[in-house]
Structures are given as C-alpha cells and as structure tokens.
Write a protein that binds this ligand. Structure first.
Ligand code: BG6
Length: 486
C-alpha cells in the first residue's frame, strides 16, 4: 500500500549561500554570509568586521556586533561561501544529475544580493538572468522549482547602513525584491517560501542586526512577519496560482519525565517555534507571546495596519526542516548534546550523529501530526538529512549506507503520517541533495548529499561530482513513489 499521491513532490534542497558560490561574479553584491569564516565541530564560524575606528576584528557568528561595525572581507581569510560547491558554474551538470535521480522538484534559494546588489531598488539584470537560466534548465527536465526567497542572508549594504531587519525600511526593499521576482518568474515558479527557518533568524549573519537582544530580535521578527505577509498578498495578485509558504525549523521537544515541570518546560520550548507559525499561519500573535513580551519589557513598535496586513497575508502551506528532536528538563545537570542551532538535551533512547544530532524517525511522524493537527494546512518537508563524513573507496565508490538507513526510516515515518494519520503532505526535499557547505560549522566534511563534491574545508578540490550509493537508492524510491521500501 502506498501513501504518497501520484503528484508527490520528491526532490532535494539547497541554499544559495551554501551552494551557489560566484560571490562577486556577474555583478553580485556582498551579502553578510560572505564575511563568515569556516569553522568546525569545536571552533565556531566567525564574522570578520571593521569597527567605526577602523579596527579589523572577528567574533562568533552568533554574537552581537559593536554599533556601526561593518562586514569586512579579509583577503587572508578563507570564506566557504565564496566558491561553495559552485552551483553558479555547474548548474547545468547538477540539474542533469538531479533529473537522473528523477527529481520532481528542486528547492533552491535566491541570492538577494545577486539580483539587487545592495538590497535596494537597483537591479542587476545579469543576476536576474542567471535565475532565468536555472529555472529554464530545471523546467527542461520537468523539475518544478521550489524557491526560498531568503535563506539566512541579507545584502551587506542593508546590514551595514540600516542595521538590517531592525529597520522598518527593509520591509519595503524586501517587498520590492519579491515583486520583482514574482513578476519576472511568474510563469516559471509556482512554489515559494518567504524566509528559511524564520524561528532561527536572530543575528547579524542572518538578518543584519548588530544587537541580538530580545527587543531587537523580536522587532526584526515583526518586520519579517509584515514583509512576508505583504509578499504573500502581492504574490497572489501577480499569479493566483502561486503557492506561498512559510518555513520553520521544527525540532519537537519531549518532556524528559512525566514530572509536570518537565512537561511545562517542553511546552515552553515548543511554543517558541509555534509563535512564528501561529503568526504566519493563523495571522495573529499568540496570547502567551504577548504576555512574555510584557514580562520582559519588550515593546514591539507596530504601525497602524500591521495587524491587518499580517491577518490578510497568511500562507498557503507550511514548509519545515526536520533533522532531530530534543528533550526538555528542569534538571540543570541533564546531559547535553549537539543540535541544529541549539544545544539539545540528550535523549537516552536515541542514537546521535557524529555531530550529536539525535536520530528520531518517529519524531518526524510526531511532528507531522502535531503541525497538521494544529494548522490543518498542506505540509512540505523541505529539509531532512544526515550530516556525515563520507569516504571515497579505492574503487571510487562512496558507500553511504548510514545515509540510506536514515532516509529509509524517515520516509517510512512520513508515509505512516500520510497513510495512518491523514496528514496532507505535498513533498519531500532532503537537505543538501548535493554536497554543500554546512551552515552551522562552515565545514565541507559534514556532508548530506546523494552526490559528492570534491571540495575540502580549506577550499581545495576539483569540484568534481561523484554519485554516492544513496544516489541510485533515492532514484528507486522516487521511481516507485516510495513503494520499493515495503
Ligand atoms: C538548516 C538550514 O537549519 O539545517 C540549512 O536551513 C542547514 O541551511 C541545515 O545547512 C543543516 O545544518 P548544518 O549546520 O548541518 O549545515
């Protein structure tokens, strides 16, 4: 018995700042991510910046920056986004490989500063044309583009001159950007998402804010909500067939014990991401968040009409990433482990990846049920995957059975959610379907792809593409619409 509809969107997912490269090619302007160094499991990625006094410094990519500091590209430092795995130069070859895997769709993001080098209203025709070419190439193979409008970066100019999304002016620039791309690609792209993992947008790196305190972070979030809602409305006016979604990092948390305090702790953890989902899917701020703001003295500056804009601009579907679950506990000595942008509590029942992320396929079914029960909107798993070190054998093969095992269990869990729980799931795009730079650590060593790319953590490599064993396996999954897993 197969739970997936015949038009289920099987594919893969990437993001411009981690995959595209070509950081100053074809008239592209700088974006914040261009000034973020590589890192590792144990050493954080750093922002290189220049102070108002002219000093060159660096700091952890999640830190606040001094007022007036501007992003700085140090000629002696290696920045992984500059070449990444060079989709810019390899898009035809890569799309051909995706088509061989049978992709029905391909998730990618647009580099805002490729289209508008400063993020303002001056456009770069060469950048617009690049994405035209990419979409044409995808459509040539019958692959539906799924576009994240903004994935973790902002043109450096907007970060440096306006303090990024803390400024209301950025809403207009973003909406102009959306209007531009909606009009330009209205016959090529149907599926859009406004902001990647909106619940994780909280630093200069991602949204250009210098001060990461709660007041600035939530003010910026309000601007993101208004901008997203305006984009949804304008998008539907430009093409009523557009499907415009939100995107959230979904990490479900279980109470460590049935102690009510642990249950409350888990509720509080889960509410943080639901806040972002509630605003974009239901169209209003949830009561618990308003109360939290009152307690913390966070006053959101809203303009008259903002609440209506948010109400009218709710999304058509929910896109989400799912890699892992976590646990909530009031015990300060609970064991910790790694996680996607969070330090998680260790679940004694689950194995973890080499980066400490808990592997929890049933958690994916639980997540799908939780989200669908709460919002009753179509769901799209736009990221899921297993970051691991891959080895090229002497015969040139890459035996990534651990990845196949991870995907198999997660796909079966999502099939249960469709077949047994009635969840309306429209697609599945595993993360980093071709190797790309890790967002969290800046490493190449942490690989997710079905396709290997010869590039290391210091920028050395031929960029040659090699199929891993999972390539053929995923091709069969897609060709059989999941039924080969029975
Ligand atoms: C998600 C992001 O949080 O997780 C991706 O949307 C990111 O950009 C992915 O790459 C995996 O995280 P990491 O740190 O392993 O690259």
């Amino acid at each position: 018995m197969n739970g997936f509809s015949k038009d289920f969107l099987w594919g893969g997912a990437t993001a411009a700042n981690q995959y595209e490269g070509g950081y100053i090619s074809g008239g592209k302007g700088l974006s914040t991510l261009d000034a973020i160094t590589g890192g590792s499991h144990t050493s954080p990625r750093m922002i290189t910046y220049k102070t108002v006094e002219g000093d060159i410094k660096k700091t952890n990519r999640n830190d606040s920056l001094p007022e007036g500091a501007v992003g700085y590209i140090d000629p002696n430092t290696y920045y992984p986004s500059h070449v990444a795995t060079d989709f810019y130069g390899h898009y035809k070859e890569d799309i051909k490989l995706f088509s061989k895997m049978g992709f029905k769709c391909f998730r990618m993001s647009l580099n805002w500063s490729r289209i508008a080098p400063n993020g303002t209203k001056d456009l770069n025709e060469e950048g617009l044309k690049f994405y035209d070419d990419v979409f044409d190439e995808l459509l040539k193979y019958g692959i539906e583009p799924v576009v994240t409008i903004n994935h973790f970066d902002i043109p450096m100019y907007l970060a440096d001159t306006l303090d990024g999304w803390s400024s209301r002016d950025v809403i207009d620039y973003f909406v102009f950007f959306c209007e531009t791309i909606f009009k330009r690609y209205k016959n090529k792209v149907k599926y859009w998402m406004t902001f990647n993992e909106i619940n994780f947008l909280r630093s200069w790196t991602q949204i250009g804010i210098h001060n990461n305190d709660d007041r600035t972070k939530y003010q910026a979030a309000h601007h993101l909500f208004v901008a997203s809602a305006k984009a949804v409305k304008i998008g539907h006016e430009i093409n009523p067939d557009f499907k415009i979604g939100m995107m959230v990092a979904y990490i479900p948390s279980y109470p460590m014990t049935c102690k009510p305090e642990d249950v409350m702790e888990a509720l509080t953890f889960n509410r943080e991401k639901e806040f972002y989902m509630d605003v974009q899917c239901k169209g209003y701020y949830p009561a618990h968040k308003i109360k939290e703001f009152e307690r913390k003295g966070v006053v959101i500056k809203k303009e008259i009409g903002d609440d209506e804009i948010i109400k009218e601009g709710t999304v058509d579907y929910i896109g989400f990433s799912y890699y892992m679950s976590t646990v909530s506990s009031t015990d300060p000595n609970v064991q910790r482990t790694g996680g996607n942008q969070v330090t998680a509590c260790k679940n004694p029942y689950l194995e973890v990846s080499d980066w400490g992320w808990a592997v929890d396929p049933l958690g994916l079914r639980i997540s799908l049920c939780q989200i669908y029960d709460r919002y009753n909107l179509p769901l799209f798993i736009v990221e899921n995957g297993f970051g691991a070190v891959d080895k090229i054998e002497e015969d040139g093969t890459i035996k990534d059975d651990y990845r196949i095992d991870y995907f198999k269990k997660h796909i079966l869990a999502m099939r249960d959610a469709v077949q047994l729980d009635g969840v309306d799931l429209i697609g599945y795009t595993p993360w980093g379907c071709i190797d790309l730079v890790s967002a969290g650590t800046g490493e190449m060593k942490k690989r997710y792809g079905f396709i290997y790319v010869d590039m290391d953590d210091t920028g050395n490599g031929t960029l040659k593409r090699i199929k891993k064993n999972s390539f053929e396996w995923y091709r069969e999954v897609i060709a059989s619409n999941g039924s080969c897993l029975d």
